[in-house]
Design a protein around this ligand. Structure first.
Ligand code: GDR
Length: 326
């Protein structure tokens, strides 16, 4: 019989790539979706990947335990992936309570629903490199102490430890992937890589003249979301649940990432990038660089896409999208 998976956040970047991966492996894929009265279900990412009708959509909300419990009862999943969150760090200072509810308590609703309805289901919790925050060690591994620097990161840390706690208290097969930044053409345009690739494409096509950015000295360890969802799946195939850092091991400034995008289309970033102090964050995570050695050793996982390959793929996708819309 086909394995069954339930993905929260299935209409987001990671949810869409994970759904595609699982469908290709023969899973029956269910997706928990927060339907809105004006827009219905925003499944454009699923359609972009050619899996529009293939995911079984279940209405639900991370804030409503009963809706998650019903989703688990009805889909009877072997694997549950909790990818839903208020995931934009900058917004978390404007909406700290909502971020805490969705990103922090929402994860506990998922854990509770699994414990109550299907305790043998395996659980993946989307933990974040933002939990490392103000860096305690030059390269971050599973053993590095956390120091969250935003309401988002604090909420993720709570969800992370609750997942560990449910593993230890109730024996749930619940794993945490501490994922470093991961991007793709399906990334939301509020995140810096996609903001840059979309902006570069607009400038190239004469639709915009400048690109406004905040702190371009920040450094991030950027990988491709398609690679990273494979790591999520691998974690749940292990006999024992655990925590894993998923990263490339290379860190690049926003400035240099930007340069890759501009130079791909023959433009000079210095002629178009405008630094906007309003886009700086109240507290910044200056540099992140992950050590994926454990994931390599135990899961046989490694990133396969370079930053340059990913950014050029994203610029090309944005150029194609904007030309098609013209
Ligand atoms: P991040 O991603 O906060 O690392 O979290 P984001 O792309 O938003 O920021 C990366 C870095 O770029 C700097 N920056 C800007 N960021 C945005 N969004 N817009 C700008 O104009 C801009 N200018 C400079 C930021 O200050 C920051 O240093 C992402 C999210 O996906 C989280 O949900 C996830 O947990 C982590 O990655 C891993």
């Amino acid at each position: 019989m086909a394995k069954r998976a339930l993905i929260t956040g299935v209409t987001g970047q990671d949810g869409a790539y994970l759904a595609q991966l699982l469908l290709n492996k023969g899973y029956e894929v269910h997706g928990l979706v927060r339907r809105s009265s004006h827009a219905g279900v925003d499944d454009h990412r699923l359609r972009w990947l050619g899996i529009g009708g293939a995911v079984r959509i279940i209405d639900g909300n991370l804030l409503d335990l009963s809706s998650i419990a019903r989703a688990i009862q009805n889909s009877a999943p072997d694997e549950v992936y909790n990818l839903a969150a208020q995931s934009f760090v900058a917004t978390s200072w404007q909406q700290p309570l909502l971020t805490g509810e969705i990103t922090g308590l929402g994860a506990v609703n998922v854990l509770e629903a699994v414990r109550l309805m299907k305790p043998d289901a395996r659980v993946y919790q989307a933990s974040s490199s933002e939990m490392f925050g103000r860096i305690q060690e030059a390269v971050q591994s599973e053993a590095t102490p956390f120091y969250p620097r935003s309401p988002y990161a604090v909420a993720k840390l709570y969800a992370h430890w609750m997942t560990v706690n449910y593993r230890e208290s109730f024996g749930l097969h619940a794993s945490c992937g501490i994922l470093f930044n991961h991007e793709s053409p399906l990334r939301g345009s509020e995140f810096v890589t996609r903001k840059v690739t979309d902006g570069v494409a607009r400038i190239k096509l004469g639709l915009a003249g400048e690109l406004r950015l905040g702190n371009i000295d920040a450094k991030r360890d950027w990988g491709h979301a398609r690679d990273y969802v494979d790591a999520m799946w691998r974690m749940l195939q292990e006999d024992e649940p655990d925590n894993y850092v998923i990263a490339t091991g290379r860190s690049v400034t926003v400035r240099d990432m930007c340069r890759v995008a501009f130079e791909h289309v023959g433009l000079d970033p210095d002629a178009h990038v405008v630094i906007d102090p309003a886009l700086f964050r109240p507290a910044e995570v200056d540099v992140l660089i992950g050590d994926p050695a454990k994931a390599k050793r135990k899961l046989g996982w490694a990133a396969t896409t370079s930053l340059e390959e990913m950014i050029t793929e994203m610029v090309d996708a944005d150029l194609a999208r904007l030309k098609a819309a013209a």
